[in-house]
Design a protein around this ligand. Structure first.
Ligand code: ZN
Length: 494
């Protein structure tokens, strides 16, 4: 392992091997016991067993799973202040909606430009530490003067490029915001010109940055919250998406405030409203869908809209997708989003399995379906048939999950235990990307370039903003591993 240049690109061919390799064939993942993955020049050269070519080095991870890097399409990149309201509902009573008096005074940026740049850098490091190699960041506009800025996304593109995280980026924009008029009375306040200017800035950002850092940075149009977007903003967004060839992410069927506001403004649900405008398409990625009606879901299926499932955030708020298996049976593609910090995708997959079975019945989903959503589902939503799978020619976006050594046993034992048993794994390494950049993870070791960058950046922000997210204290415990892996074994091949 010491042969590996942490944070750098190893020269020549590197052969990775482990007890399990999640390979790919005939359109689905296939588990390869004692498999090998050979990478060269940032691409995957070989996946299988007994590679007979020359290699510059061989890394045996032992009792581990070598998986495609995971894809997170709702990756939180700022403070998750919703955690403060978990036991303090409703959110509007706890200062999580702009009060009228604040709007009248004039909303302002609550973070400095440096803090905004740091948020993304820190979030990107966390994503890599969790085995997530492709991400579309998301942040709240509650703490912003209005939308996100080009400057912070320029910094984000550079951070992603330096760390080796594949990202879909674009500053979020909106036509309006929700304002609390009185107890429980929330109304949207619009500023159409500001929304359209935000879209123009996002378009120019994407034109300037799409494809940078060897293609790691791609564009994403991110209108924020459907209830505060006008039809004109969404029409222009759709046209820009066609022209730029980039996806749109728009939260829909997310919560009660959205439902009530869209019904008041447009007399229907958000998906039906967009359908009436002709704006549902396979370029649309729609996080949440937990309050989607049957009619909404039929529209998603008919128009190829992709859902991003964020089960942990939904579940802790008392709601769930109805249902994971049901959507898949309708032909709706499901990608995954962590949407909170830390971005523990494996915990999200376990939560998705649990809520999926509560909502749809015990036989409606398998844990392999969850892994598929976090890899192939995300790739499909992004229109990428080269991501989320280990195939020759694909970018070397790889996550290696190691078993926690103190538990003893082997991976097969962990895989065979019931889904809710604590097959405790942790991310020992997250390996990723073009060039085979590696990021040392876990246990606060001091070797990682991104850990060093994080510590450096952290000095510049208030400690109380990050103390609970300390990289040094993050051990990336993967309690959900046995559940997430158990039925991957269904397609084990030898
Ligand atoms: Zn979200």
């Amino acid at each position: 392992m010491s042969a590996l240049p942490l944070g750098g690109c190893p020269d020549g061919r590197t052969l990775l091997t482990a007890r399990w390799v999640l390979g790919h064939g005939e359109g689905e993942h296939r588990l390869i016991p004692d498999g090998e993955v050979v990478i060269e020049g940032g691409r995957i050269l070989f996946v299988g067993r007994r590679f007979d070519g020359e290699v510059a080095r061989r890394l045996d991870f032992g009792l581990a799973l070598i998986s495609p890097g995971l894809i997170d399409l709702d990756a939180l990149s700022d403070l998750d202040t919703t955690v403060l309201a978990i036991d303090h509902q409703p959110g509007w009573a706890k200062g999580r909606v702009w009060p009228q008096s604040y709007v009248e005074r004039g909303p302002y940026e609550m973070y400095t430009p440096d803090e905004l740049a740091f948020q993304k850098r820190f979030a990107f490091a966390q994503l890599l530490l969790n085995g997530i190699t492709t991400a579309a960041p998301i942040a709240s506009l509650f703490y912003r003067e209005w939308g996100e800025t080009v400057a912070e996304f320029e910094a984000a593109a550079d951070a992603a490029g330096e760390m080796g995280l594949r990202v879909y980026l674009g500053p979020a924009y909106r036509s309006g915001g929700m304002v609390l008029e009185g107890p429980g009375r929330m109304v949207p306040v619009f500023d159409e010109a500001r929304g359209l200017a935000g879209l123009d800035a996002a378009i120019s950002y994407i034109r300037n940055h799409d494809g940078r850092h060897s293609g790691l940075v791609r564009g994403l149009l991110a209108p924020d919250r459907v209830e505060t977007c006008t039809a004109e903003l969404l029409r222009r967004t759709d046209a820009a998406s066609r022209e730029l060839g980039c996806p749109i992410r728009l939260h829909m069927a997310q919560g009660r405030m959205e439902l009530d506001t869209v019904r008041t403004l447009h007399g229907t649900t958000a998906p039906e409203w967009l359908a009436s405008l002709g704006l549902l398409s396979p370029r649309l990625i729609a996080p949440h869908a937990i309050l989607a009606t049957d009619a909404d879901l039929r529209l998603y299926a008919e128009h190829g809209v992709h859902v991003v499932h964020c089960p942990l955030v939904s579940g802790r708020g008392g709601s769930m997708l109805r249902s994971f298996g049901g959507l898949r049976a309708m032909g709706i593609n499901i990608a995954m989003g962590t949407d909170t910090a830390p971005p523990d995708m494996l915990l999200n997959l376990l939560t998705a399995l649990i809520t999926g079975r509560i909502a749809g019945g015990p036989n409606s989903v398998r844990s392999a379906d969850m892994w598929d959503a976090a890899t192939l589902g995300g790739a499909r939503a992004l229109g990428r048939d080269d991501l989320g799978r280990l195939i020759p020619g694909a970018p070397a976006d790889i996550a290696v999950y190691l078993r926690r050594p103190s538990l003893g046993g082997d991976v097969q034992q962990a895989l065979n235990v019931p889904a809710l048993s604590m097959g405790r794994f942790y991310t020992g390494w997250s390996a990723d990307r073009v060039g085979g950049h590696y990021t040392r993870a876990g246990r606060g070791n001091g070797d990682s370039r991104c850990a060093r960058r994080f510590r450096h950046a952290r000095r510049r922000v208030r400690v109380d903003q990050v103390q609970d997210h300390s990289l040094a204290s993050r051990t990336a415990t993967m309690d959900a591993m046995s559940g997430a892996f158990s039925s991957i074994c269904r397609s084990a091949t030898t």
